[in-house]
Design a protein. Sequence first.
Lengths: 112, 111
Amino acid sequence: DTAVSQTPKYLVTQMGNDKSIKCEQNLGHDTMYWYKQDSKKFLKIMFSYNNKELIINETVPNRFSPKSPDKAHLNLHINSLELGDSAVYFCASSLRVNTEAFFGQGTRLTVV
Amino acid sequence: QKEVEQNSGPLSVPEGAIASLNCTYSDRVSQSFFWYRQYSGKSPELIMSIYSNGDKEDGRFTAQLNKASQYVSLLIRDSQPSDSATYLCAVSRNAGNMLTFGGGTRLMVKP
C-alpha cells in the first residue's frame, strides 16, 4: 500500500486551463503539504495543512488553492495555468508539525 | 541569505570513500533537521533526522548537528555507486510548520 499517493503522475495542459492534483495519505498523519520543485530542483513549500486547518500559506499566487475534505486528503487546484507553473508538484505528510515528512511520487505538470 | 544553504556540487567520491555533505541554516530557532535523498525523477526519501547537538549514526550514515554554528552535515561511509543522488537538507522551526529545504548537493560515487 502506498503511504502517500498523488494523481495524476503526469499532467500536460494548455495555458489558461484549470486543473487539480489529488493527494491521499493512509499513515494517519495530522499534517499534509504541497511542495513545488522547479527545473533547478529547488523544493519550495506552497501549503501546509494541520488537522484540516491551513497553518502556512506561502506567497504563492491565489490561482493555487488547497482543498482538504478530511485529514487524509489534500488536493491542489490551479486556475488559469501559466507557462511558469510547469514543475513537479509533491504532496507530503508528517505525523505532526516539525516531524519528518513523507513524500508522494510527484506530479509532473507541463503547461504548453 | 538563503534560509538553508548547500553546495550544489557535484561532489565526486570514489567507491568505498567517505562522502561528506554539508548544510548551513540561518534561523537560530530551528529545532528539527532532516536529510533526504532524491534520485533523478523520483521523490525525496528520508534518510536521517536529528534534533540535538552531536552525532547520530544509522548504518553507513552519520548526521552531525552543531546548533551554535548553525551547521548540519551528513557522512556516508563506504560510499557505493547506488548512493549517487541529490541529498537535500531540510530544517524546521517549532513555531508553525516551516520545513524548508536547501537546494541539494548532487553526489556522484565513481566505481
